[in-house]
Structures are given as structure tokens and as C-alpha cells.
Design a protein around this ligand. Structure first.
Ligand code: ADP
Length: 366
């Protein structure tokens, strides 16, 4: 009999619960047992009651909740072979050799490494007398399917990641709130949003929130951006605009690759416009709260598709990541997506923005 394990790992994101619920119920619907692994890879390494089989009702009333009810963690020992050996032993105790991993590029890289090492881990467990030959034969391969949980929307191969839409909603609500107080006092606000290598949240929230200026990592402003920004804001004021909002992604950089911090923007505005300027760093507010309708729907669809993909996987098939392309659920080779995501970050660091955007837009599905 087949048993699937599901875990959430790395940074939490709204919609993870909807994905877990969809994985559990899709599996049960197909007569497949499913175990939750609590606290990410840490629960896999620790075993015991951190690996529990789930019933239909166990995932009731979680669809609308933010975060992840099965917990997430960073787990340094999983980076070591010894940790992964313990994890393999604990999975085999429950007959689990198929995993749905919901996490960011780090978690998915770890899952792939685990998969590649699996045969040798199993052999070592037999040698140690931890498992018998029959168990080893039955579970000679580990199969994995990835779902991307990340509010940054920073993964190549999917148009949206789980949590990005909810985070965008949260930011737009915050910008709306700030706009009303800014307008009352005719103040200027600098709003810093998450996104180290990806300006999605900053760009989309600037459009949806009607901001005056936006700074993102992928498209550094022209050399004299400080003057340009100040002129824009000054003209806005002259035209009767009462509020001025500048959105800054945390990874924003200037033409020379130097970081543009929200405080630097504030200082420029204060010095050149002589206006009372405040910084609001939204921080973890962006991760919190209820998932948007879109995140609930998308997570449900990709969770369901992940189970189907995992059940059709074979020991030799390439692991897949399930996401969205052109508004359709699509799968793509997991490691190609992760590697290309890293390549995008490298190109941004090298200021080769055109290449970065070309790589980000590439698709492995057509
Ligand atoms: P994210 O999945 O959001 O990118 P991290 O990069 O922190 O978050 O990864 C989450 C966890 O995944 C780590 O704490 C570690 O247990 C595991 N992990 C990440 N990278 C690797 C790796 N290269 N090898 C093994 N495990 C890894």
C-alpha cells in the first residue's frame, strides 16, 4: 500500500493550509494513506509523534487560516547526511516513500538531494539493522513533488507562488491605510515591502495602490533617479495631490548595484523636498492573516494535482514541481526550475537584468 507524506518547510505563506488540505483529501479520496510531517524537515528527523497519519476531518476548518497548521521550521541537521539518514528511517517506519514538499527553493533543493541519496541511505539502514531487506526492497526509491510556498513570487516555472497574492492584498490594504493618513497631513511615505530578488510585490502593490514611485531589484532606476523621483513628487503636489507614496522592495538597488534602502529614499525626499517623510516597513504583516480567495483556490488546485503527479511518478521519472502557467495548472521539472531561479538571482547580482528577465520568463512546460 502507498503512503504519502506532506510537509511545509522554510518561510510560511498564506495558502499552505489549503494546499495541505487538498493533498490530504485528494489522497484519501484515491484510497491512499497520508501522513503529515510536522515542523518541516525537523519533524522528519525527529520522528515520533511529529509524523502522524491524517484523516479527512483533521484538515477541516483550516482552509481559511493563514500560516501552516502542520508547522514549519528551518532545520540545519537536514543539511547533513546524518540528519537525512534519521529522516529516511522515520519515513520508512510509516511506509512513506512519496513526499509532497511545500516550500521555497531551499526546501525543494533539500528534497531533491534526499531523493538522490535515498538508495544509499536505505542501504545503510539495512546494514545497521534498522530496517529489514523486505522494507528496503519495497521502498527502494523516494518520489517527490514540489509546491512552491513563497510570498515573494520568485520561482521560475510558475506564474504565481502560494502566498504571493495574499501578501499583495495585505500590502495594498496597508498602502490604502497609509494613503489616507498621508493625505490628511500632506505627508510623504516610503513603504518597504518584501522581495529580495523579486520585485513582484513592490511593483504590483505600487500599481494597485496608486503609488508615485517604485524601486525594484530587476530594474534599477536611471542614474539621476533621486532628482527624477523628487521632480515627480513635487509636480504631483503642485497638481494638488495630497499624499505621496514611494514603494521600495527590500532588494532594490541603484544603477551601480548599491542597495537602495527605504531610509535612503526617506533621506533624499526629506533633504530635497523639505517634506516630513516617514518610513513604514511592513515586515511580517505581509506573511500573516487569512489567505486570499485566489490563494485558497490555486493551492487547492495545485495540491490536488501534486497528489496525481506523485502517484503517477516512477522511481526513474524526473521530480516535478506543480504550479500555474497562463492560468492553468502545469507541472515543470523541479530542479530545472530551482536552478533557473538561482540563475536569475545571479544575473540580477551581476546587473545583467535583460538576461535575468529572459531566464525568469522561460518555461519548461511547452
Ligand atoms: P525556503 O524553502 O523557504 O527557501 P530555506 O532555504 O531556509 O527556506 O530551507 C528550509 C529548510 O530546507 C532548511 O532549513 C533545510 O532543512 C532544508 N534545506 C535547504 N537547503 C538545503 C540543502 N541544500 N540541502 C539539504 N537541505 C536543505
Amino acid at each position: 500500500s502507498i503512503s504519502i507524506g506532506v510537509l511545509t518547510s522554510g518561510g510560511d505563506a498564506q495558502g499552505m493550509n489549503a494546499a495541505v488540505r487538498a493533498v490530504v483529501r485528494s489522497a484519501l479520496n484515491l484510497g491512499v494513506a497520508v501522513h503529515a510531517i510536522f515542523e518541516g524537515y525537523q519533524g522528519m528527523v525527529d520522528g515520533g509523534d511529529r509524523i502522524r497519519s491524517l484523516s479527512w476531518d483533521d484538515v477541516g476548518s483550516i482552509l481559511h487560516r493563514g500560516g501552516t497548521i502542520i508547522g514549519t521550521a528551518r532545520c540545519p541537521v537536514f543539511r547533513e547526511r546524518e540528519g537525512r539518514l534519521a529522516a529516511a528511517r522515520n519515513l520508512l517506519r510509516h511506509g512513506i516513500d512519496r513526499l509532497v514538499v511545500i516550500g521555497g527553493d531551499g526546501s525543494l533543493t533539500g528534497a531533491n538531494l534526499f531523493r538522490q541519496e535515498w538508495a544509499s541511505l536505505v542501504a545503510e539502514l539495512v546494514e545497521r539493522g534498522d530496517i529489514d531487506e523486505l522494507t528496503a526492497q519495497r521502498h527502494s526509491a523516494l518520489m517527490i513533488t514540489g509546491l512552491v510556498g513563497s510570498i515573494d513570487n520568485d520561482m521560475v516555472g510558475t506564474d504565481m507562488t502560494i502566498g504571493a497574492d495574499s501578501a499583495l492584498h495585505r500590502i495594498v490594504e496597508a498602502i490604502d491605510a497609509i494613503t489616507s493618513t498621508a493625505a490628511s497631513h500632506q505627508r510623504t511615505f516610503v513603504v518597504e515591502v518584501m522581495g529580495r530578488h523579486c520585485g513582484y510585490l513592490a511593483l504590483m502593490s505600487a500599481i494597485a495602490g496608486g503609488a508615485d514611485y517604485v524601486l525594484i531589484p530587476e530594474s534599477p532606476p536611471s542614474e539621476n533617479w533621486e532628482q527624477e523621483m523628487c521632480d515627480l513628487l513635487r509636480n504631483g503636489r503642485a497638481a494638488g495631490r495630497r499624499d505621496s507614496i514611494v514603494v521600495v522592495a527590500e532588494g532594490a538597488c541603484d544603477n551601480a548595484g548599491g542597495p537602495i534602502s527605504s531610509d535612503r529614499v526617506r533621506q533624499v525626499l526629506q533633504d530635497r523636498l523639505g517634506e516630513d517623510t516617514r518610513v513604514t516597513i511592513l515586515g511580517h504583516v505581509q506573511r500573516g492573516g487569512t489567505p486570499s480567495a485566489f490563494d485558497r483556490c490555486m493551492s487547492t488546485l495545485v495540491g490536488h494535482a501534486a497528489v496525481q503527479e506523485l502517484l503517477s511518478a516512477t522511481p526513474t521519472s524526473e521530480p516535478q514541481m506543480v504550479g500555474m502557467r497562463y492560468n492553468r495548472v502545469r507541472q515543470a521539472p523541479l530542479m530545472q526550475c530551482v536552478e533557473q531561479t538561482h540563475a536569475v538571482a545571479r544575473k540580477i547580482a551581476e546587473h545583467d537584468y535583460a538576461k535575468a528577465m529572459e531566464l525568469r520568463g522561460s518555461s519548461f512546460t511547452e
